[in-house]
Ligand binder design. Structure first.
Ligand code: GDP
Ligand code: MG
Length: 286
């Protein structure tokens, strides 16, 4: 069979995680409108007739500011070893600018084929898409350029075919039913974090991390960690309304993942400076 790894690169928020989910045909990586949603490398597996395409969804490229972002950047650097190609993701809805050129420079210096995915073309005028394609084409010598919408699925099949064509003959790295390299605990923590991100704003999303404490037959316990008391108040909400809503939204997705009904017990805890806690970052796989 054809098999191998392809890295997905791009500046924050261009839709890398959404694209990985679309290419794999299911939810693997969580998505939000907040930058830095993806904190660690997540592998998504796309299995098809005669191939296994493994996509590495990465945190966006950025200049490290603290131990958390430093860990994230190190993850990105390592992920480029042993890949058959890179998908450079751009957003057609925004100006292709310095941030994209910064990522492009790194990606085009790698000596592997680069496929550009110009994402978010849904609801854009053809003329606008064409001019964004022309700008994208000037970033470096790419193998192919695909306008796509990770959201609607437009152009995804053609992009997948293009990436599969890069793969050499090789073994299956994952069993057919395994869709990601994340443990079940990590997947649950990510799903809870996704809902917490959607319900918070400003500095709060960056201060949140989630740890799965226990998975029992009928009960799943997880802690939402924040850095300060005021953040805790926000995440708990008036009369517990926010944390309740996080649970309401996360539970069905966790049940889908586990294949059974569960109670989800969430606790909000203050863990000052968790972003600087190397041991915790290690445990969270960041
Ligand atoms: P990442 O930071 O690059 O991984 O970006 P995400 O996958 O988390 O997506 C960032 C935001 O862009 C989210 O709000 C997504 O819903 C949105 N998004 C992703 N792909 C598309 C797309 O094809 N079209 C539109 N309109 N929005 C998209
Ligand atoms: Mg992401």
């Amino acid at each position: 069979m054809k098999s191998g790894f392809v890295a997905v690169a791009g500046r924050p928020n261009v839709g890398k995680s959404t694209l990985v989910n679309a290419l794999c045909g299911g939810k693997i990586a969580i998505v939000s409108d907040k930058p830095q949603t993806t904190r660690r490398r997540i592998l998504g597996v796309a299995n098809g007739e005669g191939y296994q395409l493994v996509l590495a969804d990465l945190p966006g490229f950025q200049r490290p500011r603290d131990p958390l972002t430093e860990h994230m950047q190190r993850t990105v650097d390592h992920a480029f070893q042993d890949v058959e190609g890179v998908v450079l993701v751009l957003s057609a809805r925004e100006r292709i600018g310095a941030g994209d050129r910064f990522v492009a420079q790194r990606v085009f210096s790698l000596d592997v084929p680069v496929v550009i995915a110009l994402n978010k073309v849904d609801r854009l005028k053809p003329g606008h898409i064409a001019s964004q394609m022309a700008t994208a084409a000037r970033l470096g010598s790419f193998l192919a350029l695909h306008p796509v919408s990770a959201k609607t699925g437009d152009g995804i099949a053609a992009l997948r075919e293009e990436l599969v064509a890069l793969l050499p003959e090789g073994p299956a790295y994952f069993s057919p039913e395994q869709r990601t390299d994340l443990s079940v605990e990590a997947q649950i923590a990510e799903l809870v974090r996704e809902k917490a991100l959607a319900l918070t704003r400003e500095e709060v999303p960056h201060a949140i991390t989630v740890e799965t404490e226990e998975i029992e037959d009928r009960v799943v316990r997880a802690s939402v960690l924040v850095e300060t008391d005021s953040q805790k108040q926000i995440v708990v909400g008036k009369g517990g309304s926010v944390i309740k809503q996080i649970g309401v939204r996360a539970r069905p997705e966790i049940e889908l993942l586990l294949g059974r009904k569960i109670f989800l017990e969430l606790q909000v805890k203050v863990r000052p400076r968790w972003r600087r806690d190397e041991a915790l970052l290690e445990r969270l796989g960041i």
